[in-house]
Design a binder for this molecule. Structure first.
Ligand SMILES: [Zn+2]
Ligand SMILES: [Zn+2]
Ligand SMILES: [Zn+2]
Ligand SMILES: [Zn+2]
Ligand SMILES: [Zn+2]
Ligand SMILES: [Zn+2]
Length: 461
């Protein structure tokens, strides 16, 4: 098996994806090992077998190696594979090193091309080049061809705005418009009212909504199930299963739809349903991008939700009270030193307004995280104003109606804030006075006396 691997994959026709190695021999144990062991993209992860310690430097992946050095090492490595025992760690390591050497050689040829190291602006993406990078996350796949991106061995691009990633060789063919552009144009989500607005495959002409590949329901040419090099790869002329995107309601091919799971805004807003559903790559990027942005005016989008989920009204009330407390803190030098209210780690928009939510807020609210966060911030801010800070305490109110010397604050349950003049009274006193604010009455009286005075002056002159 190793022989066929070596002979069929000449370094000149080596494809970027591993399918050229695994596609033709899906049952081969060697190529299976190649796929799985190398999927983590890290050349350092397999330990060098003891017997090959001395060989390692002969087949070095040094960045200073020239094209000639690499060709020589490839030949040497091929010979060593042929000389090694089947199914041993030695062979496994050598096969892997062969792939790495070939990728490095191809990379070297390509890097002499122009434009490789400049940010490319294509379809709204800002594609920043990357090269020989040690992967900090799991394997990365190309958003165009869905093959593996070998981060340590290849040049590749990633969009700064939406995370779209692709091989260097795929950049000229990409079709997907940047999700950041779509989100900006729409001012947030496009579908918040309709749940999975499906139109049907016939309306799409039985083609993928993004790349227009023909979608089929049955396997062609007697091929049973497709075998993928990467989890999303679709083989040529085989069965192209239509995949429904729960966000857009459109059908996609496997290249444009990787069965990524995401929470669907319309399901949350309509049905209070946080269950993640399968979405296309475009939708996944868009939903990820907007996940923490407070673009949903929840009460406006679905007022009935506040009856269904009573705690939503409680959160709204707490947020309104946080805004009142913020007015104290922003004028307090002591709070400024303590970096209140920002230090407490509460998401900023919770204190800025009382109606905007992000999808993450709603998911966190559903699992209790948001309520804890808000209550923690609330207690801390109130403690500063009403107990620990003399400056803030001095800005408390006295009820003018009863003249009692108890200090009250607008968020106290026993107090009420006059919406016209911002005076604070006892709720009970306010009711006794038939909701008449003495301060407002005083202001009104002064205004009418002034008007009378002005009239008299006018007549006199
Ligand atoms: Zn982008
Ligand atoms: Zn690609
Ligand atoms: Zn497609
Ligand atoms: Zn203070
Ligand atoms: Zn009172
Ligand atoms: Zn008033």
């Amino acid at each position: 098996m190793a022989e066929s691997l070596i002979n069929t994959s000449n370094s000149s026709d080596l494809n970027y994806d591993t399918n050229s190695l695994t596609g033709s021999t899906p049952s081969s144990s060697v190529s299976d090992n190649v796929t799985h062991d190398t999927d983590d993209n890290s050349e350092g992860k397999i330990n060098v077998p003891f017997s090959l310690k001395s060989v390692e430097s002969l087949l070095s992946l040094s960045k200073t190696a020239t094209q000639e050095d690499l060709n020589e090492m490839i030949e040497k490595c091929k010979q060593m594979i042929l000389d090694s025992q089947e199914c041993t760690d030695e062979r496994k390591w050598l096969v892997r090193r062969l792939i790495e050497l070939r990728l490095r050689a191809q990379e070297l040829r390509e890097s002499s091309d122009v434009n490789l190291f400049e940010t490319q602006v294509i379809l709204g993406h800002h594609l920043v080049p990357h090269k020989y990078q040690i992967p900090s996350t799991g394997p990365l796949y190309c958003d165009h061809c869905s093959g593996t991106i070998w981060m340590m061995l290849q040049s590749w691009y990633m969009c700064n705005d939406c995370g779209f990633s692709c091989h260097w060789k795929c950049i000229t063919d990409i079709r997907r418009v940047c999700a950041h552009v779509l989100a900006s144009e729409a001012g947030g989500y496009i579908f918040t009212k309709e749940i999975c607005p499906e139109k049907g495959l016939s309306a799409q002409g039985y083609k993928c909504a993004e790349c227009h590949t023909r979608l089929t329901f049955t396997a062609l040419k007697g091929l049973s199930l497709p075998c993928f090099g990467s989890p999303f790869k679709q083989p040529e002329s085989a069965w192209v299963e239509p995949r429904l995107c729960d966000y857009t309601g459109l059908y996609y091919c496997q290249r444009c739809h990787w069965n990524t799971m995401a929470v669907i805004p319309a399901r949350v807003i309509r049905n209070w349903d946080m269950e993640p559903k399968r979405v296309s790559r475009l939708a996944a990027q868009l939903l990820q991008l907007l996940n923490e942005r407070p673009v949903l005016l929840l009460e406006q989008l679905n007022p009935k939700l506040f009856e269904l989920v009573p705690d939503l009204s409680l959160i709204k009330k707490l947020r309104e009270e946080l805004q009142m407390m913020k007015k104290y803190l922003v004028f307090c030098p002591e709070a400024d030193i303590q970096r209140l209210p920002w230090r407490i780690g509460l998401r900023t928009h919770m204190i800025e307004n009382s109606g905007n939510y992000s999808i993450k807020d709603l998911v966190d609210f559903h699992n209790g995280v948001l309520m804890d966060e808000i209550r923690g911030a609330y207690d801390l801010m109130r403690e500063h104003i009403t107990e620990s800070c003399e400056l803030c305490r001095a800005r408390g109110h006295l009820c003018e109606i009863c003249g009692n010397n108890e200090v009250i604050y607008p968020w106290d349950p026993s107090a009420i804030l006059c919406q016209q003049c911002n005076a604070v009274h006892h709720r009970a006193c306010w009711s006794k006075r038939n909701h008449c604010c003495p301060k407002c009455a005083r202001i009104e009286k002064r205004r009418s006396t002034n008007n009378d005075q002005n009239k008299e002056d006018y007549i006199d002159s």
